[in-house]
Design a protein around this ligand. Structure first.
Ligand SMILES: *Cc1c(COP(=O)(O)O)cnc(C)c1O
Length: 416
């Protein structure tokens, strides 16, 4: 990616055209072909051997996903990207292609529930996992062992919005030569580029804020170019070819995408790319709405506590200011006062949708302990600081007055 003289928001709109338009189309076309012909048998061989670019079989990529990968790499200021069918597929691919039995990984104990569940599966397969409070780099540091290979953190945790000490964890990983994986789903590349914190790989669920419209699922891993892959012992001999800068993603594409087969469909890559065109506009509006609602909810008599990094009362308020350039994300959570009817409150909402999913254009609310964190049980919920009455609110881009009116009347109803 060499065209960097436009800002990222401009490049998002024009990348397909600038990077190689087909038939003058301003969008990368949706390519549904499974097989790809090359000019000669030698060219096909070269494509297989990686000395020539081009698609060979759609499980390993097609021109539509390749165009999206170029945009995502540009957004993160990275040097390459691999897309997957979901965010979980992207995270699973990192783990299975870059870790082996006996390796140790340190991760946040406030991880996205399904990621934590995946790591529990890896434990059964011989990978050791330490879950620590990543809001302080010191906790990560004291969990390190000689066999530690990877540190995994999220920018903003869901649902309690804890902020990982991203920059100091990055320095620690750099010092120790550790692979540092950052899940940036809740911030999107608008609030931060994780390469600035020293991240080696950035992972995104494309089902969330990057696409925004809630009509496609996808995941992506961007290599920021920060990590020296020649120091990583788990790169197989056959992928130690050419510049070490490409080794990590090569192994990820072969072992994580080709062999596991969770490929992003071309139609979904197209929807995600179109959704991403308005990422910066949407995030700005949704972050503003979330800030307004968090401050307003905090003043309501029916509300006991509000968790949002933009509030001065948030334990990592200052840290998030430093990391995310004055924006605090689109997700907040809150608890109603004891004795108030949680389900009654949710049923009284009419504009806000009671549903899982997050970072949609529409505002969504969900009772956390009863749904997405039900399976893990009360003890694990307590260790993740998830109260029974916690409501997660994923704030969309509606008019703020309409949102406030809807929440206000539902609060009034549950008091009555
Ligand atoms: C949703 C989410 C994922 C998983 O993404 P899917 O596309 O739903 O598989 C991973 N990490 C975070 C932080 C998420 O919010």
């Amino acid at each position: 990616m060499t065209v960097l003289h436009y800002t990222r928001s401009t490049m998002l709109l024009h990348a397909d055209r600038i990077l190689g338009s087909e038939h003058g189309a301003v969008h990368a076309p949706v390519h549904l072909s499974t097989a790809y012909q090359h000019p000669s048998a030698r060219d096909l061989v070269a494509a297989f051997q990686g000395t020539r670019s081009g698609s060979v079989y759609a499980r390993q990529g097609n021109p539509t996903t390749t165009a999206l990968e170029a945009k995502l790499a540009m957004l993160e200021g990275g040097h390459g990207c691999v897309c997957f069918s979901t965010g979980m597929a992207a995270i699973a691919a990192i783990c299975v292609s870059l870790l082996k039995a006996g390796d140790h990984i340190v991760c946040s104990r406030f991880l996205f529930g399904n990621t934590a569940s995946l790591l529990k599966t890896l434990e059964l397969m011989g990978v050791e996992v330490s879950f620590v409070d990543a809001t302080q780099a010191a906790h990560v540091q004291s969990a390190l062992r000689p066999c530690t290979r990877m540190v995994l953190a999220e920018t903003i945790a869901n649902p309690r919005t804890q902020i990982a000490d991203l920059r100091r964890i990055g320095s620690l990983c750099a010092q120790q030569g550790l692979l540092y994986v950052v899940d940036g789903t809740l911030t999107t590349p608008m609030l931060c580029q994780a390469a600035d914190f020293g991240a080696s790989l950035v992972v995104h669920s494309l089902s969330k804020g990057i696409s925004g419209h809630g009509n496609a699922m996808g995941g992506a891993v961007v290599d920021t170019g920060v990590f020296d892959w020649s120091r990583y012992p788990n790169i197989l001999e056959r992928y130690r070819k050419g510049s070490p800068a490409g080794w990590g993603l090569l192994q990820l594409r072969k072992k994580g995408l080709r062999d596991f087969g969770a490929s992003l469909r071309a139609e979904d890559a197209h929807r995600i790319a179109v959704g991403a065109e308005t990422l910066f506009l949407r995030m700005e509006r949704a972050c503003e709405n979330a800030m307004e609602l968090a401050s307003w909810l905090q003043q309501q008599a029916e509300v006991k506590t509000v968790h949002y990094p933009g509030l001065a009362s948030h334990p990592q308020h200052q840290l998030s200011r430093e990391l995310f350039a004055g924006r605090f994300g689109t997700l907040l959570s809150f608890e109603l006062q004891d004795g108030l009817d949680l389900m009654g409150f949710l049923d009284a909402l009419s504009l806000v949708i009671v549903s899982t999913h997050l970072a949609d254009n529409r505002t969504l609310a969900i009772p956390v302990a009863h749904t997405i964190f039900h399976e893990i049980g009360a003890q694990a919920r307590a260790s993740m600081e998830i109260a029974d009455g916690l409501v997660r609110l994923s704030v969309g881009i509606e008019d703020i007055n309409d949102l406030q009116r809807d929440l206000g009347s539902a609060l009034a109803r549950c008091r009555a």
